[in-house]
Design a protein around this ligand. Structure first.
Ligand code: TMP
Length: 210
C-alpha cells in the first residue's frame, strides 16, 4: 500500500492558511492520493470543544500552563482518533496547525520553556511528526491587518502586536533549525505568487517521495 504523509500548515494570523490549504488539497488529490483535511486545536469532537474553550473569551485569564496542556489534550485525542488511523490506512493527512504552533505561540508568545514543550511532544506524539510543514510567513502588521478584516478577534487574535512578533520569530527559528521539513513561503506576496510557491514546495516533496 502507498504510504501516506503528514503535512501541516503554519503561520501567524492572516497569513492565508485557508486558501493555501485548498491549494494543498487540490495538489495532493491531483497526484491521486486520498487525503484527510483537519485542524488543531480541534479535529475531533473533544478537540473542537477544547478549541472553543481555548479561542473563546470565557476564560480570558487562563493560565499559560493550562493553555499548553489543553493544546496537547486536543492533540492526543486527534492523534489517536484521527491522524494515526488515517496514516495507517495510507491516507495523506493535511493539518491546519500542529506542534510547531505550540512552540511558536505557547513557547515564543507566552514564554514557556521549549524544553517543557518538548517533554509533552515526546510524551504525546511518541515520535510522530509532520513530514512536511509549510510556514506562511509575512509581517505581523500585514497579517493582523488581513485578519482584522475577517471577524471579531478570538482570544489569541486579541493579543498585542509584540506577542505576534515573538510568535513569528519563533516560527522562523524553527524553520531555520529544520530546513528540510519546514519550507518558508513568502505570504506577503500576491495570492497567485503565494500559490505558486506552495505548488513548488509540494511538488518537490512529492518528487522526493517517489
Ligand atoms: P486558527 O487555526 O484559526 O488560526 O486558530 C487557532 C489559534 O490557536 C491560533 O491563534 C493559534 C493558536 N494555537 C496555539 O496557540 N497553539 C497550538 O498548539 C495551536 C495548534 C494553535
Amino acid at each position: 500500500m502507498d504510504q501516506g504523509s503528514f503535512i501541516t500548515l503554519e503561520g501567524i494570523e492572516g497569513a492565508g492558511k485557508t486558501t493555501c490549504m485548498a491549494q494543498l488539497r487540490l495538489l495532493i488529490q491531483q497526484a491521486g492520493k486520498s487525503c484527510l483535511e483537519t485542524r488543531e486545536p480541534g479535529g475531533t469532537q473533544l478537540g473542537e470543544e477544547l478549541r472553543q474553550l481555548l479561542l473563546g473569551h470565557k476564560h480570558t485569564g487562563m493560565s499559560d500552563d493550562a493553555e499548553l496542556l489543553l493544546m496537547f489534550a486536543s492533540r492526543a485525542e486527534h492523534l489517536q482518533q484521527k491522524i494515526l488511523p488515517a496514516l495507517g490506512q495510507g491516507q495523506w493527512v493535511l493539518c491546519d496547525r500542529f506542534t510547531d504552533a505550540t512552540y511558536a505561540y505557547q513557547g515564543g508568545g507566552r514564554g514557556i520553556a521549549f524544553s517543557r514543550i518538548l517533554a509533552l511532544e515526546e510524551w504525546v506524539q511518541k515520535g510522530v511528526r509532520p513530514d512536511l510543514t509549510l510556514l506562511l510567513d509575512l509581517s505581523v502588521e500585514q497579517g493582523l491587518e488581513r485578519a482584522g478584516k475577517r471577524s471579531a478577534p478570538d482570544r489569541f487574535e486579541s493579543e498585542a502586536v509584540e506577542f505576534f512578533r515573538r510568535v513569528r520569530q519563533s516560527y522562523l527559528e524553527l524553520a531555520g533549525n529544520e530546513p528540510d521539513r519546514i519550507k518558508v513561503i513568502d505570504a506577503s506576496r500576491d495570492l497567485d505568487e503565494v500559490l505558486v510557491q506552495v505548488t513548488i514546495a509540494v511538488n518537490n516533496f512529492l518528487q522526493d517521495k517517489t
